[in-house]
Design a protein around this ligand. Structure first.
Ligand SMILES: [Zn+2]
Length: 241
């Protein structure tokens, strides 16, 4: 693993980021359609999730209703068998209680069913709207990309180059590189400028800089852990191209 490889890898990432920024700087109509399609996708996900949730509740209530219905039927049957007046009043109360218990379940069950119907309608409508918005977005996006032909071509080239460079790096180093990219604001490799790490602006000690200059292997900054190098190495890279 050489410093030059890392420097080139970082430079390729920087170019790609610039191009991606251009290609994501949508004009207002495209940005609007992008926002609409994302909002619809979110609405669809939320509605689908809500439906699963309400369906769970519905199934539970349905079972409860069946149970309360059985208990009510049982009480009614018992009522029919009663012959004595005293027992009749108690049996009648039992029927009333059972019926009330059943109705207490029936109401939320109906509500759950109504909610499911509403969600189904919303899901169908949103899915259709999303398809339309997607198609419209793709259409506008294709025009936008055609207008940015140069950047699209550069992005393709740079992506190929990135893969080529990455395969030259040992897996652990590549993993570390990506970790640094993520945790260090997209900069894993930084030049030393005027004795200072350009990544974290920390002044580096003289002996440390000498060590970096003489190193065959990449060396992490003492402060931010980015791989640091002397800019004259980068000049050599540019000259070699
Ligand atoms: Zn640093």
């Amino acid at each position: 693993m050489t410093q030059t490889l890392l420097i080139e890898l970082q430079a390729t990432h920087d170019y790609l980021r610039t191009i991606d920024r251009d290609l994501n700087a949508f004009p207002p109509d495209l940005a609007d359609m992008d926002a609409i399609r994302k909002a619809l996708a979110k609405r669809l996900t939320d509605a689908t999730r809500a439906r699963v949730e309400v369906e769970g509740i519905r199934v539970k209530l349905q079972k409860e209703l069946e149970l309360t219905q059985r208990l009510e039927d049982h009480a009614r049957k018992a009522l029919k068998g009663v012959t004595q007046k005293v027992q009749y009043a108690a049996a009648m109360r039992e029927v009333d209680d059972r019926e009330r218990a059943k109705n207490q379940v029936a109401k939320p069950l109906k509500e759950a069913e109504a909610r499911i119907s509403a969600l189904d309608a919303d899901i169908t409508r949103t899915a259709a709207d999303l398809e339309t918005a997607k198609a419209k977005f793709e259409e506008l996006h294709a025009v936008f990309l055609a207008e940015h032909e140069t950047q699209v071509a550069s992005r393709t080239q740079l992506t190929v180059k990135l893969t080529q460079l990455e395969t030259q790096l040992p897996a652990p180093a590549l993993a570390h590189f990506h970790k640094l990219l993520t945790n260090r604001a997209g900069k894993a490799v930084a030049a030393i400028e005027n004795g200072t790490c350009s990544g974290c602006r920390t002044r580096l000690r003289g002996p440390y800089i000498t060590q970096v200059r003489e190193a065959k292997q990449p060396i992490p900054c003492e402060n931010c852990q980015r791989w640091v190098y002397m800019p004259d190495v980068a000049v050599q890279v540019a000259a070699a191209k």
